[in-house]
Design a protein around this ligand. Structure first.
Ligand SMILES: [Zn+2]
Length: 287
């Protein structure tokens, strides 16, 4: 991945006007057929507002409309900077750190992070080849007790494609067959070779049309040739470490919001484009 430093950021986005202009050019070409007058038009910035107007009739377009930036009292430069900070980190950044770095209130920082994560939610194509599937448990007030059915914890099912290098993670209400199996069916193509632990729900995979091998964790065996869940285990460790101390609630939606951020960064780790541009690009895609 190409480097993108804070110096690059400051040069590219020195002020709100530049940020707005970037959004405008991401969303529309230089000349547009105006919705107001139907003519080919250039649009000019209307200085007092965050909009551009048609050169013929004055019809206005708003580059922030439908984006996370719209109607926010936080400046675009601060938004872009928070996106920069979130994109640069590998393990995640807390709202507390954002507050310190940008001077916005904790509440604002928290809300911005949530909005940015929301735009990162994306679907990965169904996986083929070798695939690891595993569930893990997050949150909950009590330490120590882990494993299936642990009280007050939110379950997450993770699917890691070894061939495409991608991960999907879904917060789920429980880990019953009727919850887990449809997700697997949706995300993994038939014929794929699936590696799991010994959880009995996975016993159905074979008759569902998948190749299936189990890692015998109960025998303290974690790797047998290709049969392991190390990829997804590594991902769980990364997320758990990142949300440690941040994450108290166990609401699945809240957890999903974090998972979307971590899977996005993971799934784009081999991109040549700097992560910041990939993150920022989502802000206009999601609109
Ligand atoms: Zn016009």
């Amino acid at each position: 991945m190409e480097k993108y430093t804070i110096k690059n950021f400051q040069t590219d986005f020195p002020n709100d006007d530049v940020c707005l202009d970037w959004l405008r050019h991401q969303r529309w070409p230089e000349t547009i057929v105006c919705e107001g007058c139907g003519r080919e038009a250039k649009y000019y910035r209307i200085k007092t507002r965050k909009v551009y107007g048609c050169e013929h009739c004055g019809h206005q377009i708003s580059p922030t409309a439908g984006t996370i930036f719209h109607k926010s009292r936080t400046s675009l430069t601060t938004w872009f900077y928070v996106i920069y900070l979130m994109a640069q980190t590998r393990g995640g950044i807390s709202a507390k750190q954002i507050e310190r770095e940008t001077g916005v209130t904790y509440k604002t920082a928290w809300r911005m992070c949530k909005e940015i994560r929301k735009m990162l939610a994306e679907d990965v194509d169904p996986m083929d080849g070798e695939v690891e599937v595993d569930e893990s448990y997050f949150g909950g007030p009590r330490r120590g007790k882990r494993g299936r059915g642990a009280a007050n914890k939110t379950a997450v099912v993770g699917i890691a494609g070894r061939d495409n290098g991608q991960i999907e993670a879904h917060a789920v209400p429980d880990t019953k067959s009727r919850t887990l199996l449809p997700i697997i069916e949706n995300e993994v193509n038939k014929g794929a070779q699936i590696y799991t632990d010994e959880y009995r729900v996975y016993n159905s995979l074979h008759k569902m049309g998948y190749g299936h091998e189990k890692v015998l964790h109960s025998h303290n065996i974690y790797v047998m040739g290709k049969c392991h869940t190390n990829t997804i285990d590594g991902f769980w460790a990364l997320v758990k470490n990142g949300i440690k101390g941040v994450y108290h609630s166990v609401s699945p939606q809240y957890l999903q919001n974090y998972l979307d951020e971590y899977t996005f960064r993971y799934n784009h780790r081999e991109d040549t484009t700097p992560m910041f541009w990939t993150f920022l690009g989502r802000s206009v895609l999601a609109s």
